[in-house]
Design a protein around this ligand. Structure first.
Ligand SMILES: NC(=O)c1ccc[n+]([C@@H]2O[C@H](COP(=O)([O-])OP(=O)(O)OC[C@H]3O[C@@H](n4cnc5c(N)ncnc54)[C@H](OP(=O)(O)O)[C@@H]3O)[C@@H](O)[C@H]2O)c1
Length: 441
């Protein structure tokens, strides 16, 4: 067994309460990861002696699925075992042309072939993914045809943003133990060749976080963080407060405000740029959270608004003199209400339009572009890549500093195990998440 996918565990086995000749002892809940499986029981080392007169030979064996062992009544103690992780890959097994994704559309395949340093060629690395991201843009990847790669094959492997750890390195850019964020196939353990490294978006998180914070690599220090950073700072361009001067009157409306990108945008706008921040999201609980935890000034529950007229009225109540900036995450009536609420010289950053991602057909929004002429307004679409790659700005240094200063709060909706990824993905479209969806492996 390769040491890279394996770990030595000390497990506590206690059969004292069973009165059968053979007792089943569950060990799965003592393992580190849901995908761990026991491949060797090495009961050579008995670390403590609490049982009544048991000997090592009293342990009989393991269940076929290696989740339990049998041993004689009275068998107790701590034993050393070797555990190897199952290497899971997430696949799309049924295309989803429209509607909310469900668990039945996805499947996980397992490979027990161990990977080790011997599998890594010069310039390559062996990595373990520790957290998978679920992001709204992935909805386009699971339609009949993957809108990013053009593939219509079924089953087809899922890829996306993840964070993890380098286990072995023959690359001069990475060393064993480095923490990273990357866009990769969703396979827990994988070798990345030198050629793949030149094409993969991958950034080093080691200077910014410890392993306990690895989920930040798919959140504030990952793709959504770079999106909020670039879209706010370079597309909407609020002005930084100047010491000794009156705060500027700059009002921003952020839709999808209780989610990952929207939450970061609002917190940076409020706590770094000192803007007046209005957030819209679904339901009272989320509206309370963005004010109490994120520090937004006003919240609007868009679910109480039937159309763009009602949403425009709700925004007017929250921002009576209109808005200078709109960070668009949702589309539809949100965009229409924003254009009606935008002041002179107003800016709109078009980041996403999640309200329509599950639709089969596209539908346009209604607004009058010529109104923008006389109001000197700007609507600009953007993608996160220039900031994520470091070509523009310094999002890793700035966002990690703001995290440490307490300007950005951590809000996550966690899921456990690769099998739970579809549930995390669906949460984005039902609104079951607050903050970042993180799937821990
Ligand atoms: N341009 C880029 O480079 C880029 C990069 C990353 C993300 N994005 C976009 O940014 C947006 C936010 O992404 P995220 O990762 O931060 O997701 P998220 O906001 O964490 O999660 C999605 C949220 O969208 C809301 N939502 C779902 N269906 C909706 C509907 N029909 N109408 C209104 N709201 C709905 C839900 O919140 P409620 O409970 O409040 O409804 C849900 O929690 C998405 O549109 C995404 O595509 C763009």
């Amino acid at each position: 067994m390769a040491e890279d996918m394996g770990t030595k565990y000390t497990l506590q086995l206690d059969c004292a309460s069973k009165d059968n000749q053979l007792a089943e002892v569950s060990i799965v809940d003592q393992l580190r990861r849901p995908t761990d499986r026991i491949v060797h029981m090495r009961c050579t080392k008995r670390l403590s002696k609490t049982g009544g007169g048991t000997k090592l030979g009293d342990m009989y064996g393991m269940a076929d699925d290696m989740t339990a062992i049998w041993c004689k009544k009275g068998f107790r103690g701590n034993f050393e075992v070797d555990v190897q992780a199952k290497n899971g890959t997430l696949n799309l097994v049924e295309a989803i042309p429209e509607g909310i994704p469900e668990a039945k559309h996805f499947g996980v395949t397992y490979d027990d072939t161990p990977l080790s340093a011997a599998d890594v060629a010069d310039g390559g690395i062996l990595v373990e993914l520790l957290v998978l991201s679920a992001d709204p843009y992935m909805r386009g990847m699971v339609k009949e045809t993957n809108s990013y790669t053009g593939s219509s094959e079924i089953p087809r492997p899922i890829s996306g943003f993840a964070s993890g750890k380098v286990l072995h390195s023959k690359s001069d850019k990475w060393k064993a133990g480095d923490l990273f964020g990357a866009s990769l196939g969703f396979t827990t353990f994988q070798v990345i060749t030198a050629e793949q490294l030149t094409k993969t978006v991958m950034w080093n998180l080691t200077p910014y976080i410890s392993e306990a914070e690895i989920s930040w690599g798919v959140g504030i220090l990952g793709m959504p963080g770079s999106t909020a950073y670039g879209g706010l700072i370079d597309v909407l361009r609020p002005q930084l407060p100047v010491e000794g001067e009156e705060p500027k009157d700059q009002v921003i409306w952020v839709s999808g405000a209780a989610g990952a990108v929207g939450g970061y945008v609002g917190m940076i706008a409020k706590h770094v740029y000192n803007c007046t921040v209005v957030g819209s999201c679904g339901g009272e609980a989320k509206c309370a959270m963005i004010k109490e935890k994120f520090g937004f000034d006003q919240s609007v529950d868009y679910k109480t608004c039937d159309d763009a007229d009602a949403l425009t009225a709700a925004i007017k109540e929250a921002a009576p003199d209109g808005i200078d900036m709109y960070f668009e995450n949702v589309g539809g009536m949100h965009f229409e209400a924003a254009m009606r609420s935008l002041r002179d010289h107003g800016r709109v950053a078009v980041c996403g339009g999640i309200s329509k991602y599950n639709d089969g057909e596209r539908t346009p929004e209604k607004f009058f572009p010529t109104d923008m002429i006389y109001k000197f307004q700007r609507v600009e679409g953007f993608m996160c890549m220039p900031w994520l790659s470091g070509a523009k700005g310094q999002f890793l240094a700035d966002c990690s500093k703001w995290m440490k200063e307490g300007k950005i709060a951590v809000e996550e909706t966690p899921f456990a195990g690769i099998e739970s990824w579809p549930e995390g993905f669906a949460a984005l479209f039902t609104g079951a998440n607050t903050g970042k969806v993180v799937v821990r492996l």
